[in-house]
Design a protein around this ligand. Structure first.
Ligand code: ADP
Ligand code: MG
Length: 702
């Protein structure tokens, strides 16, 4: 199939002109706007007001209430303007048939005031009225115009979210200019959809956002806002749809069938049997591997659901088909853990896993690189080091990426290009709410491990105020004496590593004094890696029963004998992260506990988080709640995760549109895969307007 090339349609060029091309915006103001708004006309057009000032009230003066914003016609009675260096305010008394209002200026050029206020003249003023000593005052009116100029005062004035250095008036004026530069674009949506939703066209919708007629017009669920949100989601879903298409039409890959006998032998060598969901997912993945189109699959499963094992089975299938397999982990610690784990599981199977991490010597790395490109190494485990350009594979058949939320979309594509396009399996323990999965991973197929290995018991979760730490230590001490192993987690929060590390060290010292029998050890990210390994090893072997650590243990650390986790300053963690941390225990068949220590007072959100955690161990429920509490941006750590940052759509409000966008996108791509029809061409506008960078780069590549 021919490739689609995406160039920005010429008709959109004015939208991407620099803001400095607008009159009144010079480099200095453009610089200020760049931070909040962006550089181009379209950025300003997508920057909407968040509230309004309603100036439509024109009451009699005696009916005005304190604090009301009014627009009234008055006659100037007296003008009292300070002269020279006098510090007192300027006062202008005005009146009409219904009463008097005093206008006050604390700072203003006297010439300016003199020209504005002439005794006996009739003017229209607009602004907020305050009561002061029973007198009505308007301090620094927003508008003062002659009766003939009444049109100048807008009835409804939009208010933009701005820092103080930019003036509302300037943004208002500039936005209207920006809007006038945006051409009328051909309609890209189906008439029937527009009719059923009662949507205006794109440009009309934009105008409505900037020129609201009432507060309701600012509502995210208003028709014009929904129209724009839909356009953005539609752009996103179209891009993903095209990527899916490109993938399934890319060069066929050799099917990977693997040696079924070998796989069976491996599975029966395990000290446990696979769970039903593991068996199901193993089949799903093997079907993909057998296919001639490249696999891009996301393997979701809560912490401890046994994803790694499923991945290993897929890797063995690749290896027994004569291919290489690679596992990418987010940290060296995890790489080593996987490596150890694989070594053990593969004893007697004549497959030698190899570890490649950044801290190895150049010489070691060079040897490994050689063995990778010659094909001697069949199974490699490593960190990002595996992604560097000098890593060449002989015939990479499968790349597994562990804990995707530390990897971006970009890495996903770099990886899939390695070895001339191999299968890619991405594992994540962060359960992804459906809405997010659809936008961030809409190009992937999804497998789910929704069951934990038998014998796992629910983790009991409780919370304590930090001043109850004495009680917590006492309980912990008892547990340690009866043989338990525990994590004690301190958050990293300060700007300075030094202060943070000091806090962790203080905690270690305190616990060493209170329970020397636990032989506490320390692990944090700033330690030399061999020291940290030693500590982890001591904890793993049981030589130490207490690991005081920062969140480096968050992802995937697997020590089934640990059954207690204490999390200090739990209020500072996000819900997903707390769930991840808690998942360090309850990995064996021991009764496990999670104690959340918090500093009061708890914010409302922090309290909700701790409550949810106490109520459930279900990662998906937690993820949905997290999405609700924090918004999609935070849930996966937007930037790294590749969850697109929507500018106009808000997934917690516009989620219904996402489903429609997905259907419309796949309908369109089915009918017009190259986007060459009139409608298809119109849809190309969307890629321009909502720059789907990564998607476009991918679609334009090779
Ligand atoms: P995840 O990566 O999903 O967090 P892991 O694959 O690390 O989970 O598995 C957690 C622990 O459970 C590991 O010690 C693993 O050996 C073990 N395990 C995996 N599958 C099963 C199973 N079916 N029955 C019992 N234990 C299992
Ligand atoms: Mg894991």
């Amino acid at each position: 199939m021919a490739n689609i090339k995406f160039n920005r349609p010429e008709i959109l060029f004015p939208c991407f002109a620099q803001l400095t091309s607008l009159s009144g915006i010079g480099p200095k103001i453009a610089g200020m706007m760049a931070k909040r708004i962006g550089h181009a006309i379209i950025d300003l057009a997508f920057y909407f007001p968040i509230s309004i000032i309603d100036r439509s009230a024109c009451p009699d003066i005696d009916k005005i209430i304190d604090g009301e914003i009014v627009t009234i016609s008055v006659t100037v009675l007296t003008v009292n303007i300070p002269v020279g260096k006098q510090k007192r305010p300027a006062r202008i008394i005005t009146e009409n048939h219904s009463g008097r209002i005093e206008i006050v200026y604390f700072r203003a050029k006297s010439d300016y005031l003199k020209s504005l206020y002439k005794v006996g003249s009739q003017i229209i003023i607009s602004g907020k009225v305050d009561f002061f000593n029973n007198k009505k005052q308007m301090t620094h009116p927003d508008y003062v115009v002659t009766s003939a100029q009444s049109e100048i005062i807008p009835k409804i004035e939009p208010i933009y979210p701005l820092s103080s250095s930019l003036r509302q008036n300037l943004i208002r004026k500039s936005s209207l200019m920006a809007l006038s530069k945006i051409p009328k674009l051909p309609e890209w949506l189906d008439d029937s959809l527009i009719a059923s939703q009662n949507w205006p066209d794109f440009k009309t919708a934009l105008i409505r956002c900037h020129m609201p007629k009432s507060a309701e017009d600012l509502d995210l669920s208003s028709n014009h806002r929904r129209r724009l949100a839909f356009d953005e989601l539609f752009a996103n879903q179209l891009a993903l749809c095209l990527i899916r298409n490109k993938q399934s039409n890319s060069e066929p890959v050799t099917p990977i069938t693997g040696n079924e006998n070998f796989i069976k032998r491996f599975i029966s060598s395990l000290p446990f049997s696979l769970t039903a969901s593991q068996r199901r997912v193993v089949v799903e993945i093997s079907e993909d591997q057998k296919d001639t189109c490249r696999m891009l699959r996301l393997l979701q499963g809560d912490v401890g659901s046994g994803k790694t094992l499923v991945a290993l089975i897929a890797m063995l299938r690749a290896i027994t088909s004569g291919k290489q397999a690679a596992l990418l982990a987010p940290t060296e610690l995890l790489s080593k853990q996987h490596y150890q784990n694989f070594l053990q599981l593969l004893t007697g199977f004549n497959i030698q896993p190899v570890l490649l991490i950044g801290s190895m010597t150049q010489k070691q790395k060079k040897e490994i690189h050689e063995d990778l490109s010659s094909g001697v190494i069949k199974l490699i485990i490593g960190t990002h080091a595996l992604l560097t350009e000098d890593t060449e594979f002989f015939n990479l058949g499968l790349a597994v990426v562990d804990e995707q939320h530390r990897f971006g979309v970009k890495q996903r594509y770099i990886l899939s290009q390695k070895g001339g396009g191999c299968d890619v399996l991405i594992m994540t323990a962060t359960p992804i709410p459906r809405t997010l999965a659809m936008t961030a991973y809409g190009d992937l197929k999804i497998s789910q491990l929704d069951e934990k290995p038998a014998g796992r018991v629910e983790i009991k979760t409780a919370s304590f105020q930090i001043d109850k730490i004495g009680e917590v230590v006492e309980r912990l001490s008892k547990a340690i004496n009866s043989g338990s192993r525990a994590y004690w987690i301190c958050p990293l929060i300060e700007e300075s590593d030094k202060i943070d590390i000091a806090a962790v060290q203080d905690r270690l010292e305190m616990l060493e004094q209170l329970m020397p029998e636990a032989r506490p050890v320390l692990a944090h990210g700033k330690m030399k890696s061999d020291e940290r390994d030693k500590a982890m090893q001591a904890f793993k072997s049981g030589e130490s029963q207490l690991l005081v650590a920062t969140t480096i243990v968050e992802v995937g650390v697997d020590i089934p004998e640990a059954s207690i986790i204490i999390i200090e300053h739990a209020e500072r963690f996000g819900l997903a992260q707390l769930h991840q941390l808690r998942g360090r225990v309850g990995r064996g068949n021991l009764h496990s506990a999670c104690l959340l220590l918090y500093q009061s007072p708890l914010s409302h959100v922090a309290k909700s988080r701790l409550d949810i955690l106490k109520q459930t161990n279900d990662g998906f429920l937690i993820a949905e709640e997290d999405l609700r509490l924090r918004g999609p941006g935070e849930v996966l750590g937007q930037r790294q995760s590749g969850v697109p940052e929507f500018r106009l759509a808000n997934l917690s409000i516009h989620f219904d549109l996402l489903e429609i966008a997905r259907k419309e996108a796949s309908k369109l791509i089915n009918e017009d895969p190259l986007l060459t029809t009139r409608k298809g061409k119109a849809c190309r506008m969307l890629f321009g307007l909502f720059e789907q960078d990564i998607a476009i780069r991918y679609l334009n590549s090779g």
